[in-house]
Each structure stands twice: as structure tokens, then as C-alpha cells.
Design a protein around this ligand. Structure first.
Ligand code: ADP
Length: 157
């Protein structure tokens, strides 16, 4: 059976941190589905189309990476995609506490789905999408924080 993982998130926008986690997880799975969550309670900065376009661009040469969007529970989307793994990154102890609760609750609801965590390399652990959005909002240059080739001026915010 194919080992399929879901990498869920907002990716608003994708950063070098996301890219690093995905690249390092690739040898562990046959396929990774990057799943952009459409959360009606959370207003995104970049449009769904824009976020999806950037992710496709970054992983265009990775045959084992797919990009999808979803609504609802991540475990339900995993079942739909036949994925037995959820991939998440852990940057800080705050991330750990937050992720722990979600992973344990997901495990109670769907014990057949395992959450797998990867620690970012130290130089990327301070990067997050919130900071990138703040830089963009204030007219700064966030190029060092996003994957190579992403043009942050190509924005339909
Ligand atoms: P969410 O809103 O679901 O947290 P994000 O797009 O912010 O979505 O993050 C998706 C995943 O990527 C999360 O597991 C997050 O911890 C991880 N992540 C984000 N930035 C980094 C980083 N710099 N290093 C490692 N993991 C990261």
C-alpha cells in the first residue's frame, strides 16, 4: 500500500520553513499531499489561488508531491485521500503544546492515522508566514524567507 501523507496548513504564504519540512519528509513517504485548509473563520491574506499557485511552482519538479485544497476536519480529508499520515513542523515549545493537543485528539478520532513531526533546521525555525505577511504589508522585502523563485510582487492579496 502506498504511504501517503497529508501536509496540512494555511501556507499564507509558503515559506522556506514549509519547503524544508516537505523536502526532508519526502524520503519517508511515497506521496505527500500539501493540503491548503479553507478555513471560513480565518481570513487569509493571500488568495487561495495565489497560495496554491506558489506551492505548485515550488514543487513542480517533485513527482511525489500533490497540492489540494480542503474544508472540514483534516482526518476526514486524510480518509478521503487514503492517507495514513499527517505531517507537521515543530518550531517552538508553543507549537509543541498546540500540536500535541491536535495530534492526540486526532488520534482519538482516527487511531489509524499517525501524526509525524519534523523539526526545522535552526536557521529556518524563526521563519513563519505571519512575519512574511507583516513584511509584505509594510512594503519590506520578504524574499529571503520564501522559496527561491517566488515573486512576492506577483501578489493578488
Ligand atoms: P497552520 O495555520 O495550520 O499552522 P501554517 O501554514 O502556518 O498552517 O503551517 C503549516 C505547518 O508548517 C505547521 O505544522 C507549521 O508548524 C509548519 N511550519 C511553518 N513554518 C515552519 C518553519 N519555519 N519551520 C518548520 N515548520 C514550519
Amino acid at each position: 500500500m502506498k504511504r501517503i501523507a497529508i501536509f496540512p496548513g494555511s501556507f499564507d504564504p509558503i515559506t522556506k520553513g514549509h519547503e524544508n519540512i516537505l523536502q526532508r519528509a519526502l524520503p519517508l513517504f511515497d506521496e505527500i499531499i500539501i493540503a491548503i485548509g479553507k478555513n471560513s473563520n480565518k481570513q487569509s491574506f493571500f488568495s487561495l489561488e495565489q497560495r496554491e499557485k506558489w506551492i505548485r511552482q515550488v514543487f513542480k519538479n517533485e513527482a511525489n508531491v500533490r497540492v489540494e485544497t480542503y474544508t472540514g476536519l483534516t482526518i476526514d480529508f486524510c480518509k478521503k485521500m487514503n492517507a495514513k499520515f499527517i505531517l507537521r513542523g515543530l518550531r517552538t515549545s508553543a507549537d509543541f503544546e498546540f500540536e500535541k493537543a491536535i495530534a492526540q485528539n486526532n488520534n482519538m478520532m482516527a487511531p489509524e492515522i499517525e501524526t509525524v513531526f519534523i523539526l526545522p533546521i535552526p536557521e529556518l525555525s524563526a521563519i513563519n508566514s505571519t512575519i512574511v505577511r507583516d513584511i509584505v504589508r509594510n512594503g519590506g522585502d520578504a524574499t529571503p524567507f520564501v522559496p527561491n523563485g517566488i515573486d512576492l510582487k506577483d501578489i493578488k492579496a
